[in-house]
Design a protein around this ligand. Structure first.
Ligand SMILES: [Zn+2]
Length: 288
């Protein structure tokens, strides 16, 4: 397990600066990443037009195809070019998984209450920043039998980041979870913020022993469409092997609650029961 090895390297953590005090700029947000990708795409387009104007149609087509492939690799969570991702369980089985990103946060305790009432184990892709703010909820997740996995430290987007930045995001999250609940609490699964990945993402995660995790269906509960819509979208997505993406907090606003998501859980669990699907942890579902 990744965190155990980390902590055994150091005898006295107070002798060194906290690992989360890493010297990086503000995390890059989604609109900044999309903006930079648009500039690169436009540059590729200009290059392709220039090549085509000089009669080099094959080269121009290659530039367009290459830019398209890189864009898909970065922004499609299950695209294979930047490394394999686990996104679903067996279609022939009778299990599915509920996964929650961005927490723990103000709604997580209530969510854990509902999951306990339903007898369902879920997977939490936690932010290290949030684990530091709500360590008792990390402890409760583990005690209640849920899977704790990594979503990075501060939701900074990784597409244009190098290996050092990705490594810092992973290590700072490991340190926060270990500080909350001890070695072994964090399972070696990593879901990149928004599922966006760059060339360094998988390489760095793999080097630290992580599996990359994605999902089959995003419910878009962050748009707060209402409890009934969240239930209906989730129920529609519940098929054998499904991995449902929900949120118990907000990647950017650490204080934001998710009451609609909490209130939707009984309806989602009832829908799963009606379909004969057992809701299990992501690691149980994907079987690695
Ligand atoms: Zn997120």
């Amino acid at each position: 397990m990744v965190p155990d090895e980390r902590m055994s390297e150091h005898d006295d953590p107070s002798d060194r600066p906290a690992i989360w005090e890493f010297d990086v700029a503000d995390p890059m947000r989604r609109n900044q990443v999309v903006g930079r990708a648009a500039v690169l795409g436009a540059a590729a387009g200009v290059l392709a037009v220039g090549l085509a104007a000089r009669g080099r149609r094959v080269s121009a087509a290659g530039v367009v195809a290459g830019a398209g492939a890189l864009g898909a690799a970065a922004f499609v969570p299950t695209a294979p070019l930047f490394g394999p991702t686990l996104s679903r369980g067996p279609a022939a089985g009778s299990q599915a998984a509920l996964t929650f990103d961005d927490g723990p946060g103000p709604s997580t305790d209530a969510l854990l209450d509902v999951l306990a009432d339903e007898g369902v184990h879920a997977t939490f892709f936690v932010l290290g920043r949030q684990a530091r703010a709500y360590p008792h909820l990390i402890v409760r997740m583990q005690r209640d039998g849920h899977q704790i996995a990594s979503h990075g430290y501060d939701h900074g987007i990784l597409v244009f980041r190098g290996p050092r930045y990705v490594d810092q995001q992973l290590r700072a999250t490991e340190a926060a979870v270990v500080a909350a609940a001890g070695p072994g609490a964090l399972t070696p699964y990593f879901r990149a913020p928004h599922g966006f990945r760059g060339p360094a993402t998988w390489l760095s995660a793999r080097r630290r022993g992580y599996h990359m995790a994605a999902w089959t269906t995003g419910v878009w509960d962050t748009a707060e469409p209402g409890v009934e819509v969240i239930v209906a979208r989730s129920a529609e997505a519940l098929v054998p092997g499904a991995v449902i993406l929900l949120h118990d907090a907000d990647g950017w606003d650490a204080t934001r609650a998710r009451p609609q998501t909490v209130d939707a859980i009984p309806g989602i669990c009832a829908a799963a029961r009606d379909l004969g699907l057992a809701l299990v942890r992501f690691d149980e579902l994907v079987g690695v």
